[in-house]
Write a protein that binds this ligand. Sequence first.
Ligand SMILES: [Zn+2]
Ligand SMILES: [Zn+2]
Ligand SMILES: [Zn+2]
Length: 190
Amino acid sequence: MDTRPIRFEFQCLEGAEELKFVHNIPSGLVNPEALAAQRDGRYRSQFLTAIRPILKEHEAACRAASKGFCENCGQPSVGVLQTPMSWLHNAEDPFVAVLVNPVCGKRECESQMRENIEDMIAEATAEIQGQGASRPSAHVGNMSCRICGKTEGIMKCARCKSVAYCGKEHQRADWKVHKTSCVSNDGGGR
Ligand SMILES: [Zn+2]
Ligand SMILES: [Zn+2]
Ligand SMILES: [Zn+2]
C-alpha cells in the first residue's frame, strides 16, 4: 500500500512543546478532499484504523507528559483521552493534531472534558480574515457572523472556510451545531 510520512502532534500540556512523531499512513487519506471525505463513514473508519495504533503507541508517553491528575476533579489520573483532529486536507502542511487530556475514569469527568475539548477545537479552527483596513476592501466582506450578523473583523472557520464569526465567543457558541457540517463542506457553490 502507498504510504506517506505524516507528522503527529500530541498536545499534552497547555503551553508546552508538543510531542511530535512522524508515521507513515496510507496516502489515500492525505488529500485536499479529506475534510469533505470525513462525511463518508468509510473514510472516517479508514482514518481511525490507520491512526489508532499510532495513538496507542504513544499513549504512555502522552501520560508521562501530561499532568498526573484529572483536569476536571483533580483526582489522580488513570489514563488519557486522545482526541485526534485531522488536518490532512491541508495541502501545504498535512498533519494530525492529537489533543491529550488526563482523565480520572469517572464518567461525568469524561463528558465534561469532552465538552471542553469541543471548545478547544472550536478555538483551534478559528482563522482571522480580512484584518487591517489597509487591504483593498476585503472580499470576505460578504460573509457575516453566523450568530450576530456582524461583518467587520470576522474570522472564518479555518477548516472548512465556509462559515464566519465575529470572534471566538460566537465561534464557540456555534461549534456544537457547526461541527456536524464543518466536515461536510462540499465546496461546491462559490
Ligand atoms: Zn475527574
Ligand atoms: Zn457574532
Ligand atoms: Zn468549519
